[in-house]
Design a protein around this ligand. Structure first.
Ligand SMILES: *Cc1c(COP(=O)(O)O)cnc(C)c1O
Length: 408
């Protein structure tokens, strides 16, 4: 038996749990989909709504520096992903940011036609690439290979290597530095989606020499449902990026109201329209919880939580047809563990009904996210005990657990 009490006692991140509001009786294993609410967010939002919006009104853009929020908050995210100062903005959604960076990468390799990605990429990213290809009308091809075959498929026809570092289903992690190097050797641009990486594991964009990156803030960065996303441009590329979505907030002088577009000198050129100040405020406040946190501690605990979960599930639930869908080696995973289960949807609904929140990804994946800032080792053991009980009693067969909701 693992002595989980001792592990929790020795945990250098244990005190961070208090920074979050976690409902009583809930074990939350879905921080990879929507992070828990940091307590500071609620207070800050109330303050900004009442004082900045309520009292300053339009003056807030200058008096409270709302206009600088995309760049200022972007820099705070940049520190968590190894980005150079001034290279990250917080704006729009990950989907929209994908179009911005992909179009820039394709422009930089105008003579090439292939966008290389893999079948494990998040479909939203693939859909956006398909739409951009149609809009550009320059006969690009989106080439998909199995995740394990990406490296071998990088050749001198590839314009942009478009990957997500951590697979949303299995948690399998690509080697960002190695694949970026290989892409560069073949003359391609490397763009990374960090949706399941930012706040989950150490990322070093500058060291990897990644060309572009994008990602979410509502997952491991805990900024709330639909929070603004982020976007990274390697600083030496910026002068060559002529934004495809050439919005007025990315203009060199938005309030000159010129009739023609001229990009802003900084990464602000990658922004489009009026920034969502309340969303950015929540994000800004959510980032406070990272003060003083070592990403190495986060990674070490994340791997240990995942390993413990796998061990417990395999010891206690192996008679019920569950099989590990994630890499067994912690180094090869992000911060989630997935199991295939034939009745996975109903089992997950029953688990949620019993207070253990994970999620389900079609066709048969039960997905569990491990967020080191607010999970305890004890939670992992307790969650598996509840899972075992549901499987043993077949609670999941109850009709109320069979109907599919819109969001799974
Ligand atoms: C969650 C996620 C997204 C979500 O994009 P939105 O525009 O915020 O809906 C995109 N890409 C990946 C890889 C994701 O995991």
């Amino acid at each position: 038996m693992t002595d989980v009490a001792a592990l929790d006692k020795a945990d250098p991140l244990a005190a961070k749990r208090d920074a979050f509001s976690i409902p009583d009786g809930i074990i939350y294993l879905d921080g990879n989909s929507l992070g828990c609410l940091p307590r500071a967010v609620a207070t800050r939002l109330q303050e900004v709504v009442a004082r900045e919006w309520g009292e300053s009104l339009i003056r807030g853009w200058n008096d409270h520096h709302w206009i600088d929020m995309p760049a200022r908050v972007g820099d705070r995210i940049g520190r968590l992903i190894g980005a150079q100062p001034g290279s990250v903005v917080a704006a729009d959604t990950t989907s929209v940011n994908l179009v911005k960076v992909l179009s820039a990468g394709l422009d930089m390799r105008a003579e090439r036609k292939v966008i290389l990605s893999d079948t494990g990429n998040f479909p939203a990213d693939l859909y956006m690439a398909q739409g951009l290809i149609r809009a550009l009308g320059r006969s690009h091809e989106l080439k998909l290979v199995e995740p394990e075959e990406v490296e071998a498929a990088i050749d001198d026809t590839v314009a942009v290597l478009m990957l997500t570092e951590v697979d949303y289903r299995t948690g399998r992690r690509h080697d960002m530095a190695a694949l970026t190097e290989k892409a560069h050797a073949a003359g391609a641009i490397a763009q990374w989606d960090l949706a399941h990486s930012a706040g989950a594991l150490p990322v070093d964009l500058a060291a990897a020499r990644a060309d572009f990156a994008i990602g979410c803030t509502y997952k491991y960065l805990n900024a709330g449902p639909g929070a603004p996303a982020f976007l990274y441009v390697r600083p030496d590329h910026l002068p060559n990026v002529e934004p495809f979505l050439s919005g007025w907030m990315g203009h060199a002088a938005p309030f000159d109201f010129d009739l023609d577009y001229r990009p802003a000198p900084g990464t602000e050129r990658m922004t489009v329209g009026t920034p969502p100040i309340l969303g950015l405020t929540a994000l800004d406040a959510a980032l406070d919880v990272w003060d003083g946190v070592s990403m190495e501690d986060v990674r070490a605990k994340s791997m240990a939580l995942g390993d413990l979960f796998i061990k417990e599930v395999e010891e206690r639930c192996s008679d019920y047809g569950l099989s590990l869908a994630s890499p067994r080696k912690a180094e090869a995973r992000g911060s989630q563990v997935s199991f295939r289960c034939p009745d996975g949807y109903a089992v997950m609904q029953a688990l949620i009904g019993e207070g253990v929140i994970g999620d389900f990804r079609s066709p048969d994946i039960m997905r569990f996210g491990f967020t080191p800032l607010y999970l305890r080792y004890q939670d992992v053991v307790d969650a598996v005990a509840i899972l075992e009980c549901i499987l043993r009693t077949e609670l999941w067969r109850e009709p109320r657990y069979q109907t599919r909701a819109k969001v799974t």
